[in-house]
Write a protein that binds this ligand. Structure first.
Ligand SMILES: Nc1ncnc2c1ncn2[C@@H]1O[C@H](COP(=O)(O)OP(=O)(O)O)[C@@H](O)[C@H]1O
Ligand SMILES: [Mg+2]
Length: 243
């Protein structure tokens, strides 16, 4: 569905991505695991065209997208839920969701987005209950639901989620991750999931990549990596990063 080859990205003279190869299969959940500063966010921003990059990014049905800008990429259905959620604090929940339609609806579109809205409310009834509440007044978990809901309004062909569990309580995370799996299984949307919490990510993913220092240092089936000594030591053990 999404095929990334030899991706490089720079912040000034600093090479943040040093030739990354990642592929996301149809219908799968693929995770990128790595400690703070590994380059995970940079990779997602590179894919969605938010920063300059070189290499090759191919999206099913559209071909090479490396030459396209972030707007064209979003219009093609590659939708990015950013680290930190970026909910609009002064807009209501409903208006936040409406902003998600802009890639296919435009600013003054007249098409209805009621079906999309109903699907999001069915997935996250909490958002329906808080429909008229302003973004800032939501809890962290609700803001993450809103950020994912907004992405679903965009009719995604592929979803990229950057650290959805960040700063949330374990029970809230468990509920949220169930929803992420539901989106993948019932709507057949492939997901590229970035997480510092390796255990959580490996539990729900099919395929996994370990990123360190701007490179992929290990890849494989999530079920296998969970038992790989190197992964257990560095990312799953008692003293592992991000735990
Ligand atoms: N805007 C920026 N300017 C300069 N360096 C940056 C910027 N954003 C990230 N970096 C650097 O790039 C590297 C990768 O960062 P990032 O992709 O945010 O890592 P992760 O998401 O895995 O924690 C880090 O060394 C970080 O300090
Ligand atoms: Mg990050």
């Amino acid at each position: 569905m999404l095929e990334i080859k030899n991706l490089h990205a720079y912040y000034g003279p600093i090479e943040a991505l040093k030739g990354i190869d990642v592929s996301v299969a149809n219908d799968s959940i693929t995770c990128l695991i790595g400690s703070n500063g590994a380059g995970k966010t940079t990779l997602l921003k590179s894919i969605s065209g938010m920063i300059h990059r070189t290499g090759s990014i191919e999206l099913d049905g559209l071909g090479e997208i490396t030459g396209k800008n972030s707007r064209q990429i979003a219009r093609a259905g590659l939708i990015h839920v950013p680290e930190g959620r970026h909910v609009f604090p002064g807009l209501t929940v409903r208006d936040n969701l409406e902003t998600g339609t802009i890639n296919w609806h435009g600013f003054f579109g007249r098409q209805s987005y009621r079906d999309e809205l109903e699907e999001v409310y069915a997935l996250f009834p909490r958002l329906k209950e808080r429909e008229n509440q302003l973004g800032w007044s939501l809890s962290g978990g609700e803001q993450q639901m809103l950020a994912i809901g907004r992405a679903l309004m965009a009719r995604p062909k592929v979803l990229m989620l950057d650290e959805p569990s960040m700063g949330l309580a374990p029970l809230v995370i468990a509920e949220l991750f169930e929803k992420i799996v539901e989106v993948n299984r019932t709507r057949h949307i492939p997901i590229l999931l970035v997480e510092q919490n390796a255990r959580l990510a490996l539990d729900i993913s099919d395929q996994a990549y370990i990123i360190d220092g701007g490179r992929v240092i290990l890849e494989g089936k999530a079920a296998d990596l969970k038992h790989d000594d190197r992964v257990v030591q560095a990312y799953l053990g008692k003293f592992a990063a991000g735990q």
